[in-house]
Write a protein that binds this ligand. Structure first.
Ligand code: SAM
Length: 249
């Protein structure tokens, strides 16, 4: 069981994601809990202000530190849970599968979604454990990035996907990209499923899958091959694949 607390000024943005597919099922099954906290509810002024103009001038509004701090205080757990407070930010560490794996070991993850020009620097300095970016582009808010973190981490909670083994073979979990998948029909418009997948010979199927996984990684993400411990057999197969397609590095 993992609990996500999401701090946002637009919590309604999460309804469709949390209300469908595997996330909804895992919430219904009690594997994942997601609590949405509207930062505006923790303001203490008449106008319920969550943002203000930047000191020093410049365009855009900046999210204020107090409402975020008050929200965090209000939702602080009573016990000594293993908790991680994350600020979604384009300036954070790039989100990767290995970070999703690290986060899946926490019992509570707090996600703070910025908006507008950004968030008062004192949130970053004093209230968060880490900052995460979902890529080198700027979105208008941290809500979509938070949904991505919730989804990627929840998939790793045992029971989230029907067959937990399938997660082990996902792209990046193994250090390689996953190979191709096929389902019925065996042939469509003359496009055939590879014979080996219909052979019923599991060892050959596994070998083919691993070879295709290596082929795909070599072709699309050769950088990944430099970060993984290759077996002697992997090295031999990669040499063969390079010979088949000399354009590969
Ligand atoms: N002015 C900021 C900058 O240049 O770094 C960008 C602010 S952005 C418009 C508003 C909020 O969206 C951010 O505070 C952050 O929470 C979220 N955000 C935008 N892009 C993101 C990304 N690539 N990854 C994670 N969060 C992002």
């Amino acid at each position: 069981m993992i609990v996500f607390d999401i701090l946002s000024v637009f919590p309604e943005m999460f309804q469709s994601t949390l209300g469908s597919s595997l996330i909804k099922k895992s919430i219904d099954k009690g594997l994942v809990e997601v609590n949405l906290h509207n930062i505006r509810d923790y303001t203490r002024d008449k106008h319920r202000t969550t943002d203000d103009t930047p000191y020093g001038g410049g365009g855009g509004m900046v999210m204020k530190v107090e409402p975020v701090a008050h929200t965090l205080k209000a939702i602080a757990p009573a016990g000594d849970e293993k908790k991680c407070v994350i600020l979604l930010s384009p300036q954070g560490e790039p989100f990767e599968q290995k970070i999703a794996e690290e986060l899946s070991h926490y019992s509570r993850i707090v996600l703070i979604c910025g908006h507008y020009e950004g968030i008062d620097e004192r949130v970053r300095e004093h209230l968060v454990d880490r900052e995460i970016s979902i890529g080198d582009y700027v979105l208008s808010g941290g809500e979509l990035p938070a949904m991505i973190v919730v989804d990627a981490v929840s998939r790793l909670v045992p029971g989230f996907v029907g067959n937990s083994d399938s997660v082990l073979y996902d792209s990046f979990s193994t250090g390689f990209l996953e190979g191709p998948h096929y389902t019925k029909p065996r042939e469509y418009e003359g496009w055939k499923v590879p014979d080996v997948l219909l052979s019923g010979h599991q060892k050959k199927i596994d070998e083919w899958r691993h070879r295709e996984s290596l082929r795909r990684t070599l072709k699309r993400r050769p950088d990944m091959l430099r970060q993984v411990d290759l077996t002697e057999e992997d090295k031999r197969v990669l040499e063969e694949l390079r010979a088949e397609d000399p354009g590969c590095v």
